[in-house]
Design a protein around this ligand. Structure first.
Ligand SMILES: Cc1cc2nc3c(=O)[nH]c(=O)nc-3n(C[C@H](O)[C@H](O)[C@H](O)COP(=O)(O)OP(=O)(O)OC[C@H]3O[C@@H](n4cnc5c(N)ncnc54)[C@H](O)[C@@H]3O)c2cc1C
Length: 398
C-alpha cells in the first residue's frame, strides 16, 4: 500500500488550499480557531459558500448534487479545512438523513428534501435518544399511532443537538408494541413547526445551549413522511449510524488542535521559560503526537481499504475510541497550558466583541469552555464503552 499522495492528489490539495484561502470568511475562521461558538448564520453562510462550489454534499451521488471525491480526496479536504479553521458541517441533514432518504426514501421525498438540504432551506436535527434509550436505543418509547392519513406522535426525545435552530427532525418512533423491540420501530420525518412540539434547552457544562429536550404531544404527522416501510426503521437507523461514526475520529481537528497546543505552550511561561521546554509537559505532548500519528495512519489504512472496495467495519469503532481520546487529551493539555486562567469562568470573554480587559490570553475562557464541551466526544455517536464492546467482539473475537 502506498501512503504517499499521487500527483493528482497533490494538485487537488492545492485546489482545496486556494479555495479556502479565497473563500473562507476571516471572521468565521477566527471564531473556529479561537474555540468560540458559531451562530446559526455563521453555519449557513459557510454552507452556502460550499454549496456554490459544489463541495457541500461530499457523501451524495452526483445525480443528487453530490461531489465525486475519492476517500483520499475527502481525507485531504478534512485535513485542510480543519487547518484553515473552516467550520465542520452540521451533519444531521447532509450527512445523516440525506443518505437515508437517498437509499430508502421514495421519489417524492428525494425531490422534496434533498434540494432543501443543499440550499440550506431546511435545518435538520436528530431525534433518536430518549431519557430511557441511549446506548440501548431499541428500547425507545416515543409512540406513533396511525389514524387515517396521519400518525399521532406522543413522547420525548433528548440531547437533540441544535434542535433550537431546526425546522425538521428525523425521529425513530414505536409503531408496533407487539413484536421484538427492534421490529416495531419506524423512521419519520417531522416538521418542527407542527402543533404539539415543544423544544426545551439543556445547558451544558460550558454554559452553552447546544442540546435540547423535544416533547411531542398529539403531533399529527402525514403518513407520506414515513421513510421506507412501517416497522422497518431499525434497518434505516443502523444504516444512518454508520454515516454518523464516519469522521468522528476527527483526525483533521486533532492535527489543528495539536499545532495550536504547541504554539500556546511556546508562548506560556513556566519558571521564566517557555512551557514547551518543560520536560514533563513536552513528554505529554510527544505522547499524544505519537498516538495521533498512529491514528492518522490507521485512518489512512481504512481509507485505502475503502478505495479498494472494502467497507469500514469495526475498525471505525476503534478509530472513534482512539480519535476521541486523543482530542480530549489535546484539549486537556491546552487547558493545563492556560493554567489558573482556565478556572475563573468569565462568560463575557467567550464573545469576540468583549470590550473589557481579558484576564489572560483572550482565548483562555473559550478554550476552557471547549474542554468541557468536548467531554461529549466519548459519549455521543455511540459511547466509547459501547465501541469497545464492538471491538472486543468483532476484532478480538472475545
Ligand atoms: C452533547 C451530546 C449531544 C448529543 N446529540 C444527540 C442528538 O442530536 N440526537 C440524539 O438522538 N442523541 C444525541 N445524543 C445522545 C447520545 O447518542 C447518547 O448520550 C449516547 O448514545 C449514550 O446514551 P445515554 O446518554 O442514554 O447513556 P447510557 O446509555 O445510559 O449509558 C450510561 C453509561 O453506561 C455505559 N454503558 C451503557 N451500556 C453499556 C454496555 N452495554 N456496556 C458497557 N457500558 C455501557 C455508557 O457507555 C455510559 O458511560 C447526544 C449526547 C450528547 C452528550
Amino acid at each position: 500500500m502506498n501512503m504517499n499522495y499521487t500527483n493528482e492528489e497533490l494538485a487537488f490539495r492545492n485546489e482545496v488550499r486556494a479555495f479556502l484561502e479565497e473563500k473562507l470568511p476571516a471572521d468565521i475562521a477566527e471564531k473556529v480557531k479561537g474555540f468560540r461558538h458559531l451562530s446559526k448564520e455563521d453555519h449557513q453562510r459557510w454552507q452556502q459558500i460550499l454549496s456554490r462550489q459544489g463541495w457541500y454534499a461530499t457523501h451524495w451521488p452526483e445525480e443528487y448534487g453530490g461531489v465525486k471525491w475519492t476517500p483520499v480526496q475527502k481525507h485531504i479536504w478534512d485535513e485542510e479545512s480543519c487547518r484553515y479553521g473552516a467550520p465542520r458541517s452540521i451533519p444531521f441533514g447532509v450527512n445523516m438523513v440525506a443518505p437515508v432518504i437517498i437509499r430508502f426514501g421514495n421519489e417524492k421525498q428525494k425531490q422534496t428534501y434533498l434540494p432543501r438540504i443543499l440550499s440550506g432551506e431546511d435545518w435538520w436535527c436528530q431525534g433518536y435518544s430518549e431519557p430511557g434509550a441511549g446506548s440501548d436505543l431499541a428500547s425507545l418509547k416515543t409512540r406513533a399511532v396511525r389514524q387515517g392519513d396521519h400518525y399521532i406522535v406522543n413522547g420525548q426525545k433528548t440531547w437533540t443537538t441544535l434542535g433550537q435552530y431546526a425546522n425538521m427532525i428525523f425521529c425513530l418512533v414505536r409503531t408496533n408494541t407487539e413484536v421484538k423491540a427492534q421490529e416495531g420501530i419506524s423512521f419519520l420525518l417531522i416538521d418542527m413547526n407542527t402543533p404539539g412540539i415543544t423544544v426545551r434547552p439543556i445547558i451544558t457544562l460550558d454554559g452553552a445551549h447546544e442540546v435540547n429536550e423535544v416533547f411531542f404531544e398529539d403531533v399529527k404527522v402525514p403518513v407520506e413522511n414515513l421513510v421506507g416501510e412501517e416497522d422497518k426503521g431499525w434497518t434505516y437507523a443502523k444504516f444512518l449510524l454508520t454515516y454518523e461514526r464516519t469522521g468522528l475520529a476527527g483526525i483533521g481537528l486533532s492535527k489543528a488542535a495539536l499545532s495550536h497546543l504547541k504554539e500556546l505552550a511556546s508562548r506560556r511561561l513556566k519558571n521564566g521559560r517557555p512551557l514547551i521546554e518543560d520536560t514533563s509537559f513536552s513528554q505529554r505532548i510527544a505522547k499524544v503526537e505519537i498516538d495521533l500519528s498512529a491514528a492518522a495512519i490507521s485512518n489512512l489504512r481504512i481509507i485505502a481499504s475503502v478505495e479498494g472496495g472494502g467497507v469500514p467495519g469495526a475498525e471505525s469503532s476503534m478509530l472513534k475510541v482512539k480519535g476521541t481520546e486523543i482530542r480530549q487529551s489535546i484539549n486537556d493539555l491546552a487547558r493545563r497550558a492556560i493554567g489558573p486562567y482556565a478556572i475563573p469562568f468569565v462568560a463575557e470573554e467567550l464573545n469576540l466583541e468583549h470590550e473589557g480587559e481579558f484576564l489572560s490570553d483572550e482565548n483562555a475562557a473559550p478554550l476552557s469552555a471547549y474542554y468541557f464541551n468536548n467531554r461529549k466526544l466519548s459519549i455521543f455517536g455511540g459511547s466509547n464503552e459501547i465501541q469497545k464492546n464492538i471491538v472486543s467482539k468483532m476484532i478480538l473475537g472475545l
